[in-house]
Design a protein around this ligand. Structure first.
Ligand code: NAP
Length: 341
């Protein structure tokens, strides 16, 4: 068994990670941290885990050595304590943004302050398995990708690889769990409920990841909070630099993702679920991707959907963990979502 602990296990991403890892056949969850809830049952914070786990939270300073430490702290926290974490486990899988950008100037540009340990950035594999599977094998440091970045990068990567993107305008609609479990004025129920709130029309930090991974500067990204708890829908308006028909686009996406276990091309002619829809993905690790070519222009609309806490965080981190240990990639991640929900 691989002995695993979770730092930041009282959070939304850490909680979903715990839910998955408790059922992973090759994992023993040893410790789960929360500073606020140290000493209390994990099921007190994650009620879905009642009768599933009798673990109690510990404080970070009570952590013992283990094989793998998953980090689910707010951004900026992991890098402050990185030496402590490195001393506890040979493998670190970080779900925060601290080690996603491999260039310290890019980090400073997108996060507005210098990185505290820029010399470590090169040690981390960017955590989208579909792009970096080979580097993940035996990797000791993995920086799981941002949720908006994951939805956007997976939607656009096949086109970027083929050099087809002139410009891409991406609008993401996001659920409230993206903001984590701390209450704020913006998350107060009368303010958040029913919202269609443009919260980041420009300058979203995840754009740094998109530029890094797509190697394409012409990505224009906006994010809107909508009435949803889990889920992200990315609508990507791609202005192609050559004239392509739908059959050409099919070929490109099939070649890129045809054998991927967690990517489904969703593009039906009939029915009510013709294109990707986050509601169908709650709790699952799938990324659904669909597209439609505008017959009147060079615009290709690519639509992708994920559960932000799964393919956007915990699920993707476990997928990377599996690959890094040579375990079947889908282990622990077989849940197909619910319908209806
Ligand atoms: N939510 C998402 O959709 C999503 C998706 C992808 C990636 N992520 C990333 O995953 C990380 C966690 O996100 P989340 O949504 O799970 O956040 P969250 O719900 O706010 O949870 C944060 C966790 O970090 C702990 N924590 C907070 N400040 C701390 C500090 N100063 N020292 C020690 N522990 C501290 C909290 O423990 P206490 O119980 O002590 O407060 C809690 O366990 C973030 O970096 C986020 O960017 C989140």
């Amino acid at each position: 068994m691989i002995r695993v602990s979770i730092v930041g296990g009282s959070g939304y991403a850490g909680g979903d990670l715990l839910r998955i890892l408790l059922f992973h056949p090759q994992v023993e969850v040893c410790q789960v941290t929360s500073e606020r809830h140290a000493g209390k049952m994990v099921s007190g914070v994650h009620p879905n885990l009642r009768k599933v786990s009798r673990l109690k939270f510990v404080a970070i300073d009570e952590l013992e050595n283990c094989d793998v430490l998953f980090l689910g702290l707010p951004h900026g926290q992991a890098m402050q304590r990185i030496e402590q974490f490195e001393a506890l486990a040979p493998q670190l899988i970080d779900m925060s943004a601290d080690f996603r950008l491999n260039d310290s100037d890019a980090y400073e540009r997108w996060y507005g302050k210098p990185h505290l340990c820029a010399e470590r950035l090169a040690d981390y594999v960017y955590g989208i398995p579909e792009l970096h599977r080979r580097q993940m094998s035996n990797a000791k440091r993995i920086a799981s990708a941002g949720c908006n970045a994951t939805a956007t990068i997976l939607a656009l990567h096949p086109l970027a690889e083929a050099g087809l993107i002139d410009n891409a305008v991406v609008e993401v609609k996001a659920g409230s769990s993206q903001g984590g479990n701390s209450a704020s004025d913006a998350s107060h129920h009368p303010e958040r409920s029913g919202a269609v709130r443009s919260y980041k029309p420009t300058g979203h930090r995840h754009v740094g990841e998109m530029i890094q991974e797509l190697q394409c500067g012409n990505i224009h990204f906006s994010a809107t909070s909508i009435e949803m708890v889990r889920g992200i829908l990315a609508t990507c308006h791609v202005f192609l630099n050559q004239s392509l028909e739908e059959k050409d686009i099919w070929k490109i996406y099939r070649a890129a993702y045809g054998s991927e276990p967690f990517i489904r091309i969703v593009k039906e002619r009939t029915g009510i679920h013709r294109y990707p829809e986050p509601k169908l993905l709650a709790g699952s690790n799938y990324c659904d991707i669909g597209f439609e070519k505008d017959p009147h222009s060079n615009r290709l609309v690519v639509v992708s959907a994920i559960d932000n806490l799964m393919k956007g965080a915990a699920g993707q981190a476990v997928q990377a963990f599996n690959i890094s240990h040579g375990i079947e990639e889908t282990t622990g991640l077989e849940f197909p979502g619910l319908h209806p929900l």
